[in-house]
Design a protein around this ligand. Structure first.
Ligand code: HEM
Length: 124
């Protein structure tokens, strides 16, 4: 297995991750029903987010913490939800890639998750 090195690599693992998320019994409904997403707008934002973190590519503009604080007001996001998100993310990256950038993806996801959960608790 090789490492994540390109925008195409990011797109491939994010698409695979979202297939798992949408089909998941615990968190799928938040994406499929609660958020009422326009997928054509949502997916490019997620690609840009991870391209900026993993490849240093400029161009992500978003309010990641604000988005989840607002989402939590519609549907309470629990530690169980976050555990499942991280488990699916980790599983997807591990299935597809191996190397320092793949490890960095998993590390950063965990760090952001902790910040996000903390911000959500503070906003309650
Ligand atoms: C329980 C865990 C999570 C759930 C259920 C969740 C769900 C969602 C949903 C439904 C949206 C779209 C919101 C909207 O546009 O109205 C969203 C956006 C997003 N999420 Fe999450 N999320 C979770 C955790 C995370 C984590 C841990 C990260 C990063 C490591 C992350 C990164 C993002 C990004 C980058 C966006 C796009 C922000 C933007 O539109 O500017 N999410 N999330």
């Amino acid at each position: 297995m090789r490492d994540i090195t390109s925008e195409e690599d990011v797109k491939l693992f994010i698409d695979a991750f979202y297939e798992k998320v949408k089909a998941d019994a615990k968190i799928g409904y938040i994406f499929n029903e609660v958020a009422d997403l326009n997928w054509e707008e949502h997916m490019p934002k997620i690609y840009r987010f991870w391209e900026s973190i993993l490849l240093g590519k400029p161009g992500f503009q978003g309010d990641v913490m604000g988005v989840h604080i607002r989402l939590n007001k519609k549907e309470k996001l629990t530690s169980d939800h976050f555990d499942k998100w991280i488990a699916l993310f980790t599983e997807t990256v591990r299935e597809m890639y191996d190397g320092s950038v793949a490890n960095e993806a998993i590390n950063r996801a965990n760090i952001i998750r902790r910040t996000m959960e903390y911000n959500i608790l503070q906003s309650r």
